[in-house]
Design a protein around this ligand. Sequence first.
Ligand code: AMP
Length: 152
Amino acid sequence: MTEFSDDIPGYDDENIFAKILRGEIPCHKVYENDDFIAFMDVMPQAAGHTLVVPKAPSRNLLDADAEVLAKLMPFTQRIARAVRTAFSADGVTIMQFNEPAGGQTVFHLHVHVIPRHEGMPLKRHEGGMEKGEVLMANADKIRAALKTTPKS
Ligand code: AMP
């Protein structure tokens, strides 16, 4: 991991995703392996909005290890396929933000995986909190779809 220069802060391990990774706060987990965890976004921009989070600490794409990035896309593809199946989606939007000016609000690298349906606009980023039971049911659907989703 590369350190940022003086004008961009480095990694702060008190960010909310670091706390989820340490098990200090809960999440609606979809899948986990040695390198990544995928869980439901609590303020989904569409039903099934999932976050892919590398376990290795980095603030965002700009300071991430190349080895992590090389594994991130195949993992994201697998989650995206399962999300598409689980929500019978017409498409999947993948988003990733870097620094506040780039739209980032949580400073641990993550990728958004959002199922899309024709003609349905995305809800606002950082909109309302979804009910826990809805997130749990959506995570269950994706977990079930993963069982039949081929690995890359
Ligand atoms: P970004 O703007 O890419 O940094 O987006 C951060 C995302 O994290 C937003 O979509 C939030 O809704 C989501 N988020 C914030 N806190 C949590 C949390 N505790 N569990 C799951 N998702 C979260």
